[in-house]
Design a protein around this ligand. Structure first.
Ligand code: PMV
Length: 322
């Protein structure tokens, strides 16, 4: 059996994080410059059900059976075996690598899950539908933080811009939409690692203590997302910037920004960005800035000079163009 490789790109949330956990819409787009990769190869000498796992980025070199039961890689494998109806598949080796920074709001956990699920299913010549892959990855997201909205596994599985709305009961709304004019985003890393579970838990406690105030903030964020979608569909890139700024202000009110994120957003704006905000769980991780194409490098340079540990450019395009 030949070795099989599957990759999955990172993602950013353009607008709507946190409120999306509470049923408001959000927009996320893939970031193709960073990827998780899973390689599955045969292990003809191994016993059925054995999997040797190497994940050098997290210093893992182990047998599947030696991983804790709730380890995301173990869960991903066990769940995919169960979906494929193969409780003890032929022995294989799994190597996982990723260029997506961990705990940085770029979807590294979901991308690793999607890459593993697709590589294993393809190795056994039993490819899964996108819906099945996304659902399996969603189960793993629950290990990372208890109440994921499902947006990360969705945008990473479908690998195209998505407008996503979780319904508290029933299937989520997943829509793709027209990007009338491509636009450029600079992504800048604060260098501060922040597991999503912490800000998500804090927002939940605030919402529980004062639902009225927080429901209003979520509604305001939801309205910005609806407007932003319309602007992207109409090619109004200039109009999108202020909506990102407003979304950042609302995220500050939710208490999920940080001095580093606020500073990088301010620097991006002064260097020519049309709008800037934190992206993902917040408190650390990445800031994103919408930039005129000809200013992208200037903004990225200003951010590096002001303490960003890394910058990346990504262009959001119409899915039909890919
Ligand atoms: O930090 P990330 O990339 O995992 O983004 C999470 C986005 C949240 O809205 C904060 C949580 C969620 O499950 O949607």
């Amino acid at each position: 059996m030949p070795a099989i490789t599957a990759t999955a790109s990172g993602k950013i949330i353009l607008l709507g994080e946190h409120a999306v956990v509470y049923g408001r819409p959000a927009i996320a787009v893939p970031v193709e410059g960073v990827k998780a990769r899973a390689v599955v190869s045969a292990n003809p000498r191994g016993q059925a059900g054995e999997v040797h796992i190497q994940a050098p980025d997290i210093q893992l070199d182990t047998e599947l059976r030696d991983l804790p039961l709730d380890h995301p890689i173990r869960r991903a494998l066990v769940n995919v075996f169960s979906t494929l109806g193969m409780p003890r598949p032929l022995a294989f080796n799994l190597r996982v690598t990723s260029t997506i920074p961990l705990a940085a709001g770029l979807g590294s956990g979901a991308a690793v899950s999607v890459a593993i699920i697709r590589a294993v299913a393809a190795f056994f010549a039993r490819p899964l539908s996108d819906e099945q892959v996304s659902q399996l990855a969603f189960e793993i997201e629950k290990l990372h933080h208890g109440t994921p909205s499902g947006i990360d596994n969705t945008v990473i599985t479908y690998a195209r811009p998505v407008y996503y709305q979780r319904h508290l009961e029933g299937e989520p709304l997943i829509e793709t939409f027209r990007v009338a004019r491509p636009f450029t985003i600079v992504i800048a890393d604060t260098g501060v690692r922040s597991p999503t579970s912490i800000p998500v838990g804090d927002v939940r406690r605030l919402w529980q203590s004062d639902p009225e105030t927080y429901e209003k903030l979520f509604d305001e964020i939801g309205r910005l997302v609806v407007k932003a979608r319309g602007m992207i569909e109409n090619g109004d890139v200039l109009g999108l910037g202020p909506l990102m700024d407003q979304n950042h202000t609302l995220l500050c009110k939710l208490g999920v920004s940080s001095p580093e994120l606020d500073r990088l957003a301010g620097i991006a704006r002064s260097a020519g960005a049309l709008g800037a905000k934190l992206s993902g769980g917040g408190r650390g991780g990445n800031m994103i800035a919408l930039v005129p194409d000809d200013q992208a490098n200037t903004v990225a340079q200003a951010l590096m000079e002001s303490g960003a540990t890394r910058t990346m450019l990504t262009v959001v395009r119409d899915p039909q163009e890919n």
